[in-house]
Write a protein that binds this ligand. Structure first.
Ligand code: SF4
Ligand code: MSK
Length: 652
């Protein structure tokens, strides 16, 4: 490792080339077969072929190398929580309890709460950074940030009982920031934004004892409960999981969404393009990967800097091309129409195009191995968060106080790296697909003519049967994008409106489902509504933290009808989920009353009691539960039958 320019640490690592011969994969027919097994993304396929031919390691290779998985870990019955262990429950060998006496139910429940709390903490910590940035903006110490949506700032100030009057934006922003920062550790015993949930939903939380009290408190208490000798009752442990998830969905994530809108603009409907074809051969290409828009918004401005553009021309490029990946990409796509290169499993393949000069990462969903992939090319990986140093990357620590300066330095690095590209390595696969995005709750309301009444009418008269939020990631246990795209197509065919976030939304974009023309694939009723409004049957609502927008939309519909969210014909699905954050999202959907179907089995099968509680017993607590169904067509059956049942109960 060498030090360069103070904080910028360069420690390039070796390129990982697999010995494909050992894997009998030098045969072109076998490579072609492997590619088809791994993805349905047409622009990913040529890149995957290159990685297989050259031996460059990808997530799919590592997944194969990890097989078969440990059956105890896979079913959730291994525990390494304390130094008396590790322990495993193996009934056939009469090992029914860990050293401390914990049985399978407790071990599975504690592991799940641990996973969920990690996800809730991740979203909420991201939320806190956004709120802190607004505070620094209000104090004049954040470089380059402004209040972009003063109307939303005032609306939220009023919601928080903050005086608006004739006060200036920054003065109000300061009070809103302080009030929201207080929500993380509030002693009021409830989170203000959770009051947006319908009264009937909040009554369910109260009677179940799962009203979220503060963001940090629920996560800290979750960590306490999973310590050896604290939580001993699996039901009690898991109910706290629901409360922790609610503190994320109605707290940390919702704050991230709302304050990002205030700082960077509430998304409006716009058109952009998606897939690996968004890279440009004759431009400096910079990919923005991760989750937090605080840095990426500044990179967008730096990429417009006249001096840097002139330098790009001097270096032989026609301009600077920014592309997004994963949720940072979704944030930029929604607000700025920046093209989206792909989702979770495109992160290595975008490097394999040979045309990426810099990939900037902040945190979450970033493969630690990316610098190894980049080392096979000229690409630099630039890590920016002190929380997420990545060995082998260049580290440009990012702070709101020096945001523009850092953004310009990183863009300069990319421009200077452009001449290092090797023409023979460059393979940009195919043409991008157009996609209509930007469906914030506000944008949906505007598209409907300023009120949700037309949507409610369309649901009441059966043109639209209901709505499903399809969210979440990619997971090598499912063919890349197959779960998302197959389920989404099947739902719209059945007149079910689909709203999406995260990698699911990107999968739909790549499949052409985010275009008004996709109404041709929808059922007659849904298609007629989409054509009348000129909207796609699949609405892109944003990044992972923007799953909170789905909650807000559900709450707005329920409030119009004076019912609980659990009474609405709604569902949730995560066909390819992998992350701890997805566990939190699924759990706050269910705790808010939304039946949710998972495409990948969580690590719970080692406890029949836990499995029954999550897939059935929770109905008696929050009027909703999970289901697990890997087949997307059968998942669509489950969701449709749930929606029809809810319609029947509402008498529609
Ligand atoms: Fe084993 Fe109990 Fe310690 Fe877990 S907490 S490692 S089950 S002794
Ligand atoms: S990026 S959490 S892989 S959706 Fe939000 Fe995608 Fe899942 Fe990360």
């Amino acid at each position: 490792m060498t030090k360069k320019d103070g904080d910028y640490v360069h420690s390039r690592v070796a390129c990982t080339i697999l010995e494909r011969s050992k894997m009998s994969l030098l045969n072109p027919a076998l490579i072609a077969e492997k590619v088809e097994e791994r993805t349905i993304d047409e622009t990913a396929k040529p890149m995957l072929r290159i990685t297989l031919e050259t031996g460059i390691e990808t997530v799919w290779d590592r997944f194969e190398m990890q097989q078969p998985p440990c059956s105890y870990c896979a079913s959730g019955v291994s525990c390494s929580r304390c130094a008396m262990g590790p322990c495993r429950i193996i009934p056939d060998h009469h090992r029914l309890r860990g050293v401390c006496g914990a049985d399978a139910d407790l071990i599975v429940a504690r592991n799940l709460l641990d996973t969920l709390a990690t996800g809730a903490a991740s979203h909420s910590d991201h939320g806190r950074e956004i709120v802190e940035t607004m505070y620094k903006t209000s104090e004049g110490t954040a470089q380059g940030y402004t209040i972009t949506d003063p109307e939303k700032l005032r609306r939220i100030a009023l919601e928080l009982d903050i005086t608006v009057g004739t006060r200036g934006d920054l003065e109000i922003a300061r009070d809103v920031s302080l009030a929201l920062l207080e929500e993380f550790g509030t002693i009021k015993n409830s989170i203000r934004f959770s009051e947006r949930a319908p009264k009937k939903t909040r009554e369910i939380w109260e009677s179940a004892g799962i009203t979220p009290r503060s963001v940090d408190r629920e996560v800290v208490e979750a960590m306490h409960r999973i310590h050896m000798g604290v939580g001993a009752d699996y039901v009690n442990v898991l109910l706290h999981g629901l409360r922790t998830a609610l503190s994320d969905g109605w707290g940390g994530s919702l704050m991230a969404t709302e304050v990002s809108d205030i700082l960077f603009g509430t998304p409006e409907i716009n058109t952009s393009s998606v897939n690996l074809g968004v890279l440009k051969e004759d431009h400096v290409n910079i990919a923005l990967h991760g989750h937090n828009p605080v840095l990426s918004e500044m990179i967008v401005r730096a990429a417009e800097d006249a001096e840097l553009l002139a330098l790009a021309t001097e270096n032989g490029a026609k301009g600077i091309n920014l592309v997004g990946l994963c949720c940072t990409g979704n944030e930029l796509l929604m607000r700025k129409g920046i093209p989206q290169a792909g989702n979770h499993f495109n992160q290595e393949l975008v490097i394999a195009t040979g045309a990426l000069d810099v990939m900037i990462v902040d945190y979450q969903c970033i493969f630690p191995s990316l610098p190894r992939t980049a080392s096979c090319y000229h690409t630099h990986i630039v890590s920016t968060s002190p929380k997420s140093r990545v060995p082998g990357s260049l580290h440009y620590p990012f702070h709101p106080e020096s945001a523009m300066e850092t953004a310009r330095a990183i863009v300069r690095l990319a421009v200077e790296n452009y001449p290092n590209r090797l023409a023979e390595n460059v393979h940009i696969p195919g043409e991008p697909i157009r996609a209509v995005t930007g469906f914030s709750v506000e944008a949906i309301q505007t598209a409907l003519g300023g009120t949700f009444a037309p949507l409610i009418e369309a649901i009441a008269d059966g043109k639209i049967l209901g709505a499903v939020g399809v969210v979440g990631c990619n997971n090598p246990k499912v063919k890349h994008d197959f779960g998302h795209v197959t389920l989404t197509k099947e739902l719209i065919k059945r007149d079910i409106l689909v709203v999406e976030t995260g990698c699911a939304a990107i999968a739909s974009g790549k499949a052409g489902l985010l275009l008004p023309g996709a109404a041709d694939l929808a059922g007659h009723g849904l298609a007629s509504v989409c054509r009348a409004l000129n909207i796609p049957p699949v609405l892109h609502m944003g990044s992972c933290v923007d799953c909170s927008r789905i909650l807000v939309l559900a709450a707005a519909l329920a409030n119009e009808l004076d019912v609980g969210i659990d009474q609405l014909p709604l569902g949730g699905a995560a066909p390819e989920w992998y992350s701890q954050k997805a566990v939190s999202i699924g759990s706050y959907f269910v705790a808010s009353g939304v039946y949710t179907v998972l495409g990948v089995m969580p690590k719970i099968t080692g406890s029949e009691n836990v499995t029954n509680l999550l897939t059935n017993g929770l109905c008696g607590v929050v009027n909703a539960s999970f289901a697990v169904e890997p087949d997307p067509l059968l998942a669509a059956d489950l969701l449709e039958s749930h929606i029809r049942h809810k319609r029947q109960n509402l008498g529609i």
